[in-house]
Design a protein around this ligand. Structure first.
Ligand code: NAD
Ligand code: UDP
Length: 338
């Protein structure tokens, strides 16, 4: 059961401030994996893009090709601190997303989600900007409903090691809806499911980049636990299209943005083996698997119900896992010097 109908309430669309001129769009976390692809898309579309990042997990390399373009600028800033900017839209992505990174300094992770989101919502209120929160499938925790619809309230351990991220994002969603109800801010909430693609950091720690980098380096792919847990993997270009459709559409969300193709970690490892093996130079051994102890509170299964995204945003993912891996591998090979 969900709460009232706020999940997908159609909102009255105001003409965007400055609609006669180029839209100015802030992307927090813009030097990260998702943010840098989103900056690419928006710059290419002709918007004025401000990329804000503290470079905790982001990299200058991800955005260096945009520097010097007249419609792109970068600000080194931590969203935990307030900042004054005049913008029309805010894509709020700033937050470490890989478990190894968000667990590294959990208190900072919570501050980033809570204070960072408060600061960006405050900015949205001051300048009447539209605000999109990049929330996560992790708000469903270790789900007792499968696949997960937006009405499901989730099953999160509030005192576990993942809580700094999961509960941080849940509070960020709460704040977004309170600003919407109390101040009339135009909000959009995307619940993003596991996404992969080029420009992921080689040592990001998430499963697709780990397996791919390990297979290409000739070291065993590390499966945590028995490998029977599932995830549903979305290619980055599908996510960017979904985020833009949500931002520019008429619905607050929350809306699941993910690919329902569901795989066990064993199946993922097997597929990566098949895709990588024919591309390895003779000096690199064929991919193998090693089992390691799993981390605590690891969700056992996850798969999005994307009915809302399909009907309300007219969006659905296009890239199948095998095809997406094929595209990602080229980037990883280049960066690994293969
Ligand atoms: P990422 O770690 O590559 O990018 C996060 C970016 O935010 C980095 O550039 C980092 O330096 C920056 N950042 C972190 N803390 C900051 C702070 N306090 N102030 C300013 N910048 C800060 O991760 P990503 O995969 O690109 O994720 C982007 C967003 O999407 C995150 O909010 C994440 O929770 C959400 N998301 C991603 C996925 C996914 O599979 N990629 C899934 C669900 C949700
Ligand atoms: N995982 C794994 N080996 C790795 C990294 C992760 O088996 O080298 C598993 C992890 O235990 C989890 C799944 O892959 O079950 C997805 O992990 P990831 O960190 O990519 O994302 P999240 O847990 O946030 O969905």
């Amino acid at each position: 059961m969900g709460t009232k109908a706020e999940e997908t309430t159609p909102v009255k669309v105001r003409p965007q401030p400055g609609s006669q001129r180029t839209r100015r769009i802030l992307v927090t976390g813009g030097a990260g994996f998702v943010g840098s692809h989103l900056c690419d898309y928006l710059v290419q579309r002709g918007d004025d893009v401000i990329c804000l990042d503290n470079f905790f997990t982001g990299a200058k390399d991800n955005i260096k090709h945009l520097i010097g373009k007249p419609n792109f600028e970068v600000i080194r800033h931590d969203v935990v601190e307030p900042i004054l900017l005049e913008v029309d839209q805010i894509y709020h992505l700033a937050c470490p997303a890989s478990p190894i990174h968000y667990k590294y300094n959990p208190v900072k992770t919570i501050k980033t989600s809570v204070l960072g989101t408060l600061n960006m919502l405050g900015m949205a209120k001051r300048v009447k900007a539209r605000f999109l929160l990049s929330s996560t499938s992790e708000v469903y925790g270790d789900p007792l409903q499968h696949p997960q619809t937006e009405e499901y309230w989730g099953n999160v351990n509030p005192i576990g090691e993942r809580a700094c991220y999961d509960e941080g994002k849940r509070v960020a969603e709460t704040l977004s809806f309170d600003y919407y109800r109390e101040h009339g801010i135009e909000i959009r909430v995307a619940r993003i499911f596991n996404t992969y693609g080029p420009k992921m950091s080689l040592d990001d720690g998430r499963v697709v980049s780990n397996f791919l980098a390990q297979a290409l380096r000739g070291t065993p792919m590390t499966i945590y636990g028995d490998g029977k847990q599932t995830r549903s993997f979305q290619y980055i270009s599908d996510l960017v299209a979904g985020l833009v459709a949500l931002m520019d559409g008429d619905h607050t969300g929350p809306i699941n943005i993910g690919n329902p193709g569901e795989f066990t970690m064993l199946e993922l490892a097997e597929m990566i083996k098949e895709v990588v093996a024919p591309q390895l130079p003779p000096s690199v051994p064929a991919p193998t698997i090693v089992f390691k102890e799993n981390t605590s509170d690891d969700p056992q299964k996850r798969k999005p119900d994307i009915t809302k995204a399909k009907t309300l945003l007219k969006w659905e993912p296009k890239v199948a896992l095998r095809d997406g891996l094929g595209r990602m591998i080229e980037d990883f090979k280049t960066r690994l010097g293969l």
